[in-house]
Design a protein around this ligand. Structure first.
Ligand code: FES
Length: 114
C-alpha cells in the first residue's frame, strides 16, 4: 500500500554574507512521503524549486557530520533527521556562514547544542 503524500513547510534561513549582512527566512512547501529526511527535503528544494539554496552533505549516512545544522532549534544531522511536520532550518549558530546552511566548521564533533 502506497503512503499518503503530504506537504510540509520548510523554513530556511538564507544568507549571502558577501552581499548583505542580513539573513532572511524563506519558506518552501515540500511534498513528503514515507520516511523523508531533512537532507531529502533540502535536495528536493534545490532540484525542483530553488537551485541556489546552499547546504553541504557528503556521506548521507550520519558518519561525516558534514550536514550538521539547526533543525527546530536543535543541532541535528540533516541526513538522519526525519521530517514529519513543518520545520525551521538554520546554519550552525557558532560557526561562520559561507552561504545559507554552509558554514566553516572547526573540527568534527557530534551535534550537541545550537
Ligand atoms: S551527510 Fe554525512 S553525516 Fe550527514
Amino acid at each position: 500500500m502506497r503512503e499518503t503524500v503530504k506537504s510540509v513547510n520548510v523554513k530556511v534561513l538564507r544568507s549571502k554574507p558577501w552581499i548583505e549582512e542580513k539573513s532572511t527566512f524563506v519558506t518552501y512547501q515540500v511534498p513528503i512521503e514515507g520516511k523523508t529526511s531533512v537532507l531529502n527535503v533540502l535536495t528536493y528544494i534545490t532540484e525542483n524549486v530553488d537551485p541556489t539554496l546552499g547546504f553541504y552533505c557528503s556521506c548521507r549516512i550520519g558518519k561525516c557530520l558534514g550536514c550538521s545544522m539547526v533543525v527546530n532549534g536543535e543541532v541535528k544531522l540533516a541526513c538522519t533527521t526525519l521530517v514529519e511536520t513543518d520545520i525551521t532550518v538554520e546554519p550552525l549558530r557558532k560557526s561562520k556562514v559561507i552561504k545559507d546552511l554552509v558554514v566553516v566548521k572547526k573540527g568534527k564533533s557530534r551535534p550537541q547544542s545550537a
